[in-house]
Design a protein around this ligand. Structure first.
Ligand code: FES
Ligand SMILES: [Fe+2]
Length: 334
């Protein structure tokens, strides 16, 4: 029987290495269990009664139940809904209530996670390698000087790399987003895993157009901060997590500096959130339907797209790049 497979949409690998947001810290209290679907796989996230957070592969090694659906936290472990085997935060089986001996290999794979900046970040590496870097702490989170996050979330049919390319694609800001000036960003840093870019920009606010500086910092493809300094300082944390072969989960967390007073910050926060959400909605039909050219026809007014794409390559192992390119070539040959 022929396997029915969709044509891969992109000639590069689907799942880059890095830290990716899978939840907000406050969404998962002690005793809570959450099923997750990311990186084309199923997982279970739970916080045990000691407060320790764990992300395990979803399926019980016994007879395959999904622990995210009906699994219960008992003490420091999660109990399978099917036959009550228990697993600790490390994934080791801690109890089989009806057996004399726990099978030696009874274990679920645990994935590296961090609780940072109010976000739960999971490490993904297609080769299963341990984390190669850490996400930095940002001063906006949990600060008296900044508003708590305003949150927005979307599911989009695109790829992390395509969304990230938006930042260096300067011409689209005018033609998709109607900005009055085409920003002129320069790459301040393109190392591993950090990309930093700065540009002068004009933000439209309820108080009129405000000139300011936009600085964007990406730490791999999963976590970036965009900071606008103008009349009021604002920050948007963009988290993009691949769900499967087609979709990404996008969470934007907005914070506004309270320097001009809490009321002003609230007002600006709302307008700022609406403006960035509007921009994302404008990008959406392009992203969801475009194709990707490895050799695009660029002109002198385009941004540093080549440099950006060289930076992207660092997040996929060589074998994975080769495999994706071959699969793409075969699928698109006919
Ligand atoms: S499937 Fe989990 S205990 Fe049997
Ligand atoms: Fe855009």
């Amino acid at each position: 029987m022929n396997e029915i497979r969709k044509k891969p949409r992109f000639p590069f690998p689907r799942y880059p290495r890095g830290w990716f947001q899978v939840a907000y810290v406050d969404e998962i209290e002690p005793g809570q269990v959450m099923p997750l679907k990311y990186f084309g796989k199923d997982f279970v996230l739970f916080r045990n009664e000691s407060g320790e957070l764990a992300m395990l592969d979803a399926f019980c090694p016994h007879l395959g139940a999904h622990l995210g659906y009906g699994g219960k936290v008992v003490g420091d472990s999660i109990r399978c809904p099917f036959h009550a085997w228990e697993f600790g935060a490390s994934g080791k089986c801690t109890a089989v209530p009806y057996a004399k001996r726990i099978p030696a290999k009874a274990e679920m794979k645990a994935h590296p996670i961090r609780e940072i900046n109010g976000l739960v970040m999971a490490w993904f590496d297609v080769d299963g390698e341990p984390p190669a870097w850490e996400i930095p702490k940002i001063p906006e989170y949990d600060s008296e000087e900044w508003t708590p996050y305003l949150r927005r979330r979307w599911q989009l049919r695109t790829h992390n790399q395509e969304m990230a390319e938006n930042v260096v694609d300067i011409a689209h800001f005018k033609y998709v987003h109607g900005m009055k000036i085409v920003p002129q960003p320069h790459l301040v840093e393109a190392s591993y895993p950090t990309l930093r870019m700065e540009t002068k920009t004009v933000m439209e606010t309820p108080m009129g157009d405000v000139e300011g500086i936009l600085s964007v910092e990406c730490h791999g493809f999963g976590f970036s901060t965009s900071r606008f300094s103008g009349l009021v300082r604002t920050t948007v944390i963009a988290s993009v997590t691949p769900i499967d072969d087609e979709y990404v989960d996008v969470r934007f967390s907005f914070a506004v500096h309270k320097g001009a007073g809490a009321d002003v910050a609230r007002g600006i926060g709302k307008a700022f959130t609406a403006e960035i959400a509007r921009q994302l909605e404008e990008d959406k039909p392009v992203w969801e339907n475009k194709t990707y050219f490895e050799r695009p026809m660029l002109c002198d007014g385009d941004g540093p797209i080549g440099e950006f794409r060289r930076w992207c390559k660092q997040f996929y192992p060589e074998w994975y790049v080769k495999q994706a390119a071959e699969e793409y070539a075969v699928a698109h040959a006919s």
